[in-house]
Design a protein around this ligand. Structure first.
Ligand code: ASP
Length: 583
């Protein structure tokens, strides 16, 4: 037998028992006539003792154990004379009578400690060692708990987990597909799903009624920080529902997660329209844990001779709490910050609303106290606050001020990781203009239904058509998104037409779905959560990589197995892929 207990299990009540433990050598030390070894497994650490009264060869062998050796020991549980209250087994130790080395180990390239000396690259290359460390191990266990709570909650509501295929057909809509050559069909390719979207809709046509799946999705996008080419969704779909039913169901799931994991009860999630989110936060995934709401200042600023504001489409400001005391240097640093190319503002106006009620601004030449008082009212500034103002084209200016707001939220410690502020953003636009392609794209995806009352606008003002689409936002991150779907062939064709598909193209790419719609498709809708991000945020962190067992790096590579990698000429031949030699 390899073990009677785990390394995290034994307590003072177990004193006197003869036990067998197996695990890895965390560390060993000699003290006087004794050798101490800490043995570790997933469950914890137990101290082993080998004293000089023992048969010397046993202690001698113990002294030779290296870090991370795999050992099995048998011995008696005894009370420790000096207890360690930092670990659960800290009241006891094992007086060892038998020691077996199950495997030796090379010296690990970084320390297997909570705070390791290993950098990101080396940790990724030896991820199996990294996972032995508590923080990563705990994250994986945490992720399991989140998944399990999701499965419990949805199963209790009669959702059925159904697997959908990974080898599917490539479609040009959405992000770029990862493709897989088909050996048996020369010159043809499968695509890996960007999401099971069409399959879950077909499951609704098939009468499955409530579906979910914790599923890998694949998108061949240019990698941004903290994006993974393969990621996991909690994908869900329901039949005979309206938007309200979907929101209620998944608000319930999110509430259940917050309660079961953190014991936090959030009554009702606020809702905000896309328009409101953009107007008040410049962002469709606002972090509402803190204020600094946008105040639009066009009316209150375009009546003077300040041409920068007068010619701007939008003049908008935020009040930074307590920042009126900022020095010139601190303000200049913020101005430089918004002028960085990543943010892209050309300048920034500020107005100090001093604690004594007086004002001092960078545009005192143009605006009097009454004007500044008005700005304070609109931005919600109190005495002691600093008003920061950007101006320019609406979309651009909003996104710049939003970046500044988030930066200040971070700097001022207003984005507390243990505080959770979910909300729904609803009424997203159906279509989004794509400058480059010179046509509209579906903002969510082409299966999203327009709001019935907005359908006539498709002909006259497609950009203003609202969709039955919604996002669930948590702490400034989109953690889920979905929509009520189109479920009739006619509306679906109309949608494809507006997206610039010819009838043949629509038929070729989505004929299977349009056909299915002719066989009694129920009204349906759903959403998908990003499990990696959801887990990270619930875990109070923002890096999803730490919650994925074997993540890819920023260049989309798995540095442990060294993928992607070239194929042999024989394999390529078999796959009918002719690679021209690179010149
Ligand atoms: N399939 C969608 C996505 O991946 C989610 C949904 O509409 O349910 O974003």
């Amino acid at each position: 037998m390899h073990r009677t207990h785990t390394c995290g299990e034994l307590r003072i009540q177990d004193a006197g028992k003869t036990v067998t433990l197996s695990g890895w050598v965390q560390k060993s030390r000699d003290l006087g006539g004794m050798t101490f070894i800490d043995v570790r497994d997933r469950y914890g650490i137990t101290q082993l003792t080998f004293d000089s009264d023992d048969d010397l060869s046993l202690r001698g062998r113990a002294r030779e154990l290296g870090r991370e050796y795999v050992i099995k020991v048998t011995g008696t549980v005894i009370e420790r004379s000096s207890k360690n209250n930092k670990i659960a087994t800290g009241d006891i130790e094992i007086k060892v009578t038998e020691l077996a080395i199950l495997n030796s180990a090379k010296l690990p390239p970084f320390t297997i400690e909570d705070q390791t000396d290993g950098g990101e690259d080396i940790r990724m290359k030896y991820r199996y060692l990294d996972i032995r460390r508590n923080p990563i191990k705990e994250n994986l266990l945490f992720r399991h708990k989140v998944s399990q709570e999701v499965r419990n909650y949805l199963s209790a509501l009669d959702f059925c987990e159904v697997e959908t295929p990974y080898l599917i057909k490539s479609t040009p809509e959405g992000a770029r597909d990862f493709v897989v050559p088909s050996r048996m069909n020369a010159g043809q390719f499968y695509a890996l799903p960007q999401s099971p979207q069409t399959f879950k809709q077909l499951l609704m046509v098939a009468g499955m009624d409530k579906y979910f799946q914790i599923v890998k999705c694949f998108r061949d996008e240019d990698l941004r920080a903290d994006r993974q080419p393969e990621f996991t969704q909690i994908d869900c779909e329901m039949s005979f529902v309206e938007q309200e039913d979907v929101l209620r169901t998944f608000e319930g799931l999110t509430r259940h997660l917050l309660m079961s994991i953190h014991g936090i009860n959030i009554e009702e999630f606020p809702r905000m329209t896309y328009q409101e989110a953009m107007r008040d936060y410049g962002n469709d995934k606002p972090d509402i844990r803190f204020g600094m709401k946008f105040g639009e200042l066009n009316q209150a600023s375009q009546h003077r001779d300040f041409s920068i504001f007068n010619t701007a489409e939008l003049v908008v400001g935020i009040a930074v709490p307590g920042a009126a005391a900022y020095t010139r240097k601190q303000i200049d640093e913020l101005i430089e910050w918004v002028k960085r190319p990543q943010v892209g503002a050309s300048g920034m106006v500020y107005a100090k609303y001093n604690a004594d009620g007086s004002f001092k601004s960078s545009v005192d030449k143009f605006y009097d106290n009454q004007d500044l008082q008005k700005w304070a009212e609109i931005t919600g500034a109190n005495p002691g606050d600093l008003i920061l103002i950007l101006s320019g084209p609406t979309a651009q200016t909003r996104s710049q001020l939003s970046a500044l707001r988030m930066e200040l939220g971070n700097r001022l410690g207003l984005r507390k990781p243990d505080e959770f502020a979910p909300l729904w953003v609803i009424d997203f636009p159906l279509l989004e203009w794509d400058e480059e392609a010179g046509r509209f794209h579906a903002m969510h995806h082409p299966f999203t239904s327009p709001k019935t009352e907005d359908i006539p606008l498709l002909e006259t003002d497609p950009g203003s058509v609202r969709a039955n689409a919604y996002d669930l936002v948590l702490n400034g991150n989109e953690i889920g998104g979905g929509s009520i779907r189109i479920h009739d062939r006619h509306t679906q064709s109309l949608m494809f037409e507006h997206l610039g598909f010819s009838e043949t193209e629509a038929e070729e790419q989505f004929g299977f779905l349009m056909n299915a719609f002719q066989y009694g498709a129920p009204p349906h809708g759903g959403l998908a959560f990003g499990l990696d991000r959801l887990t990270a945020i619930l875990g109070g962190q923002e890096t999803i990589r730490d919650f994925i067992a074997f993540p890819k790096n920023n260049a989309g590579r798995d540095v442990m197995i060294d993928a992607p990698s070239p194929l042999s000429p024989e394999q390529l031949l078999e796959l009918n892929i002719n690679l021209e030699p690179t010149k």
